[in-house]
Design a binder for this molecule. Structure first.
Ligand SMILES: C[S@@+](CC[C@H](N)C(=O)[O-])C[C@H]1O[C@@H](n2cnc3c(N)ncnc32)[C@H](O)[C@@H]1O
Length: 220
């Protein structure tokens, strides 16, 4: 660990707060902020946390959903066991994963997945967009209609196209950057609310003319 990195970290108020509060990651503050500001994750919700190690987001989610809820944390890296968090050691993109998650749908699918960093920004950006696409492919199988999708992505020229592809599947899709996300970091978060399960074109009814517009949650 370089001296500059250690100094920077010591000055970082979110890092210090995470240490003080015994949180597993400073990333926990990002989800806490998003959840608070956008009223995400309610008592009793079932939450799927992708790219969950070391477990900061999972603990924030667990505390929000309470004892009636459920948090399933997925990562190939080890996650220390925690009460109320069910760990699945797996890689998103593995075609067997959705079967391992069981038949009950989730109210929220979260992804804080990061690619291994190559150092070439265009490559890392493209990999991070691919991770969001993999998370969304899984969400399409396990998210309940009306559910919420939150995903981290590294900003860049592929994000507009990514959002255009995701937008039809949600009543509302926004991009945001929580305060705990370092100013110098390129990460942003996409938040989709009101998931619309898309059926194959052949099964879709022709929409009636004058149909009411879809309900959009007012808090996002
Ligand atoms: C920034 S960390 C997540 C931090 C976590 N949200 C927290 O608060 O503790 C990113 C994680 O993404 C995971 N990851 C990357 N690619 C993945 C994949 N295909 N499937 C599952 N996890 C993945 C990495 O193993 C890493 O643990």
């Amino acid at each position: 660990m370089g001296r500059r990195f250690v100094d920077q970290r010591r000055r970082d108020r979110f890092y210090r707060a995470a240490q003080r509060e015994g949180l597993r990651s400073r990333a926990a503050f990002k989800l806490a902020h998003l959840a608070e500001r956008l009223s995400l994750l309610s008592a009793g919700d079932r939450v799927l946390d992708l790219g969950a190690a070391p477990g900061g987001w999972s603990l924030v989610a667990r505390d929000r959903v309470g004892p009636r809820g459920r948090v399933v944390a997925v990562d190939p890296r080890r996650i220390e066991p925690a009460e109320g968090v069910h760990v699945v050691h797996a890689r998103v993109g593995d075609p067997e994963l959705s079967a391992r998650l069981g038949p009950e749908p989730f109210d929220a699918v979260l992804s804080d997945m990061s690619p291994s960093i190559s150092g070439a920004y265009a490559t890392d950006h493209a990999r991070s967009v691919d991770l969001v696409r993999s998370a969304f492919t899984l969400a399409e199988q396990v998210l309940r209609p009306g559910g919420v999708f939150v995903a981290k992505v590294f900003a860049g020229d592929l994000v507009d196209e990514l959002m255009d592809d995701l937008r039809p599947s949600f009543e509302r899709l926004v991009r945001t950057k929580p305060p705990a996300s370092r100013a110098g970091s390129s990460e942003i978060y996409l938040v989709g609310a009101g998931f619309r399960r898309r059926r194959p074109a052949a099964e879709r009814p022709t929409p009636p003319t004058g149909a009411a517009p879809p309900r959009v949650p007012s808090h996002i």
